[in-house]
Design a protein around this ligand. Structure first.
Ligand SMILES: [Zn+2]
Length: 238
């Protein structure tokens, strides 16, 4: 294999690593999103509970106020009882008193039910808070692990990029731009091996004459199918 082909083959190996590394890096956004979505859902559950707690508190204050004013109303009617002279006024007042009592009793029932609800909410909350804290801690840990892993892979990419930049300088300028042009248009692969007499990129079979030349390793073969550069893999015997 001549020197240029050797350089191209070495570039091919580096670019294969870049394709694999970039493919691997592409998983991070989705992984992060999964963790963040779970965290958001869990926090939303706690927020809903807090919101409900605040609403229940407002409702309780309202009921307590109602009970107070119904009691005041009842006391007012009670205090008027000794003052009325007529029987019908007296029974009308008694009727008002009964009505206020009944309303107050209804509101007291409402209050009891609401307090039961409050108690249940208060009982559920610690477990939910604990669950949220757990999910938060886990999310933090996982995001940190993703960041570390991503940084490690990006370092590897940078290392490979440096190696390939050094190799590139060995190629004549025309070959360099040709290589990069093919690489850009062919998903990061400008050079592919010949596999079973066919292009390793698009699988088009190559003419026997070309295969002979490729095997001798002294001439660059271009695939008619995909335009990639074909090299007979050095480690392969046939
Ligand atoms: Zn091809």
């Amino acid at each position: 294999m001549n020197e240029e082909l050797q350089t191209l083959w070495a570039l091919h190996e580096l670019d294969e690593r870049l394709v694999a590394l970039n493919g691997s890096l592409a998983r991070f956004p989705a992984q992060r999103q999964t963790v963040e979505r779970r965290l958001k859902d869990e926090r939303a559950r706690l927020d809903t509970m807090k919101h409900r707690g605040a609403e229940t508190l407002l409702e309780r204050k309202k009921i307590e106020k109602d009970i107070e004013s119904l009691a005041a109303e009842e006391r007012k009617f009670q205090s008027q009882l000794p003052l009325v002279k007529k029987n019908e006024e007296y029974s009308a007042l008694l009727h008002e008193i009964t009505g206020a009592k009944q309303k107050r009793s209804d509101r007291e029932t409402d209050l009891l039910m609401l307090m039961e609800d409050e108690e249940r909410q208060a009982g559920e909350r610690p477990a939910l808070e604990k669950a949220v804290a757990g999910v938060e801690a886990e999310a933090k840990e996982r995001l940190a692990a993703f960041a570390a892993e991503e940084a490690r892979e990006r370092d590897q990419v940078a290392g490979v990029e440096r190696e390939r930049a050094a190799l590139m300088t060995r190629l004549p300028a025309a070959m360099r731009s040709r290589y990069e042009r093919i690489r850009t248009s062919r998903e990061g692969r400008a050079v592919v091996p010949i596999v079973k007499g066919a292009c390793g990129g698009c699988y088009r079979g190559q003419p026997p004459q070309m295969l002979q030349e490729a095997r001798r390793g002294d001439r660059l073969i271009v695939c008619d199918g995909c335009g990639r550069l074909l090299i007979w893999p050095p480690e392969s015997s046939g």
